[in-house]
Write a protein that binds this ligand. Structure first.
Ligand SMILES: [Zn+2]
Length: 291
């Protein structure tokens, strides 16, 4: 079981499942191209630059369709749904953590938490919002759209190489389709799933950092971020060494987002950071890790 202190595994799984479905459809289209459409055109006996160019154009349009739904605006892209969900969870959890630890009078402050742009409209809910979450989400959407483009571009490049090698060696069509689909799996699908895994955690933590910053103004004191690992033997040593330590926003931001990292940031008002709080946090974390 992939223990994960952000508790976003469900979101990550759904995001990955989307990639599974989409790349499976892409492979199906590639198989049909070689095994059904192309033999009719007598492609096998006419390996040529023209045939390669035609396939590359076909592949390009299938990727746009199956992976991107022909969407070219990063703000309208399907994976934003998962980024929005995990970011929102990070915001809400930071809010809960700050409320729980805050020593001042909570009746006199109004922690927002819910001021997150809805996905359909991109409009932030109106109550006293600074728009920090809207800005952050737009950046996340664009960043992860271009990360995915980097992945599918590399996949296409490797496919084109398989194709020209296949042509040079006179590889049969069935073999060629298998080699191409191997690149779809090993480059396209596997790197996309890694992106989903890493970015689910990163977006959660960015949500926590931004909500912490927003709440600083309201509670009138600095918010720090406690590093929390999954506590199992898959945690890298450098991250285990951070467990239970408190970081300033900029430092915390620079530490998140490593590939496959599952660590969470726990937003905490500075005045609440006492030895007692540290002990309580450790206890609660151990409890969570047993779930
Ligand atoms: Zn980590």
């Amino acid at each position: 079981m992939n223990k994960n202190p952000t508790r976003t595994l469900g979101i990550e799984k759904k995001w990955k499942a989307q990639f599974n479905v989409r790349y499976r459809k892409l492979k199906g289209a590639i198989n049909r191209y070689f095994l059904e459409a192309v033999p009719i055109l007598n492609f096998e006996f006419n390996y040529s630059d023209k045939a390669i160019t035609e396939f590359v154009a076909f592949l390009d349009s299938e990727i746009k369709d199956k992976i991107y739904d022909n969407i070219t605006d990063p703000q309208m892209f399907w994976q934003n749904e998962y980024l929005n969900r995990t970011y929102t969870r990070g915001v809400n959890q930071a809010n809960v953590n700050i409320k729980k630890a805050y020593k001042g009078d909570l009746d006199t402050v109004n922690l927002r938490g819910g001021a997150i742009p809805s996905l359909s409209t991109g409009v932030i809910s109106p109550v006293g919002s600074t728009g920090i979450h809207l800005d952050a989400l737009q950046i996340l959407y664009t960043r992860d759209y271009s990360e995915l483009q980097g992945i599918t571009n590399e996949m296409s490049r490797q496919i084109a190489r398989e194709l020209s090698q296949g042509v040079e060696l006179g590889t049969g069509l069935k073999d060629l389709a298998a080699r191409i689909n191997d690149r779809v799996d090993k480059i396209g699908l596997s790197r996309s799933k890694l992106l989903a895994q890493t970015e689910t955690i990163r977006a959660y933590n960015i949500g926590a950092l931004n909500e912490g910053q927003q709440d600083e103004e309201i509670i009138g004191e600095k918010v720090l971020y406690e590093w929390s690992t999954a506590g199992d033997d898959r945690v890298r040593d450098s991250h285990r060494a951070r467990d239970g330590k408190f970081y300033e926003r900029e430092t915390a931001y620079s530490l998140i987002g490593e590939i496959r990292c599952r660590c969470a940031l726990i937003a905490t008002p500075e005045s609440a950071i006492t030895p007692q709080v540290k002990k309580e946090n450790t206890k609660e974390r151990k409890k969570l890790q047993k779930l």
